[in-house]
Write a protein of this length. Structure first.
Length: 277
């Protein structure tokens, strides 16, 4: 997993799927991707996540953010896991349709022990993931994105039924950040400046920046740009829309500026991306 992380961080891939024993990470902070899904397939282990202790056994899974301080205290000799790791860009695509409440929950409750029925479904989901990674190419990214969205949406249903984390238990900082994320999804096609969102939330841009660093481990402008790019990619896949029409829809002054903006954040021109996707 650690070697795959280096590969991911060099921007060679946006996502990776693999198997690991994590034996080289014992009693030291586990290096994580922007988002890491870890499925325990065999054995057991004791972990510390954000200074809370967890006992993991086969069938359990973790959803960890990059800044989650995670230390494996001990593990059985037969311990093994599957993992799906992905970077910020791919995480933004996956998160675009997900409810904000889920992120708040995962921030505090990263460990899941599925019941028998859920465990069976998760095994099937992992097999399907393995198939997508090994047997698809042209539409692999879209297939995996949809596959992960389905996983997290089902997880949201489970979380809602548990009702473990009531809305009034969120801190003010968390509520502001989730509201900010919600606003980006609604307004990013027209508003790309931090000031707009800070004013709407009745806070200063500086305070919004501090909050985002604490909760999302990113600055607000990066979060805005990331969702703008997701929106642009979605529109570019619609071949019936011309570049100029997309520029008008996304409130860019002209198509050439939109092309420079897109290339800055993706490395592709608009036409290159449309051709390859």
């Amino acid at each position: 997993m650690q070697s795959d992380l280096n590969y991911l961080r060099q921007n060679a891939k946006d996502y990776l799927w693999g198997t690991s024993h994590l034996s080289d990470s014992l009693n030291q902070p586990l290096l994580l991707a922007y988002c890491s899904l870890i499925f325990i397939t065999q054995g057991h282990a004791d972990l510390s996540i954000q200074f809370k202790s967890y006992h993991l056994q086969a069938g359990d899974f973790l959803v960890l953010a990059e800044d989650s301080l995670t230390i494996i205290k001990n593990q059985s000799a037969d311990f093994s896991c599957n993992y799906c790791i992905f970077n910020r860009h791919f995480a933004a695509e996956v998160a675009a349709v997900l409810p904000n409440a889920l992120f708040a929950y995962l921030n505090q409750m990263p460990h899941f022990s599925p019941n028998t029925e859920q465990a069976g479904l998760i095994k099937i989901w992992q097999s399907q993931t393995d198939f997508i990674i090994k047997s698809t190419e042209q539409y692999q990214r879209t297939l995996l994105c949809n596959h992960l969205q389905n996983f997290f949406l089902v997880l949201s249903e489970i979380v809602n039924h548990k009702k473990t984390l009531a809305k009034n238990e969120y801190t003010r900082k968390e509520r502001l950040c989730w509201k900010f994320w919600e606003m980006i999804a609604i307004h990013c096609h027209a508003e790309r400046e931090v000031l707009f969102y800070a004013q709407a939330l009745n806070i200063s841009p500086y305070y919004l920046s501090q909050l985002c660093k604490q909760i999302f481990n990113d600055n607000p402008k990066t979060l805005i740009d990331r969702l703008v790019i997701v929106n642009l990619k979605q529109r570019l896949k619609m071949n019936t829309l011309s570049i100029q029409v997309i520029a008008d829809q996304m409130h860019f002054n002209d198509a050439s500026y939109m092309c420079r903006y897109f290339k800055k954040h993706t490395g592709y021109t608009l036409r290159q991306y449309r051709k390859d996707n």
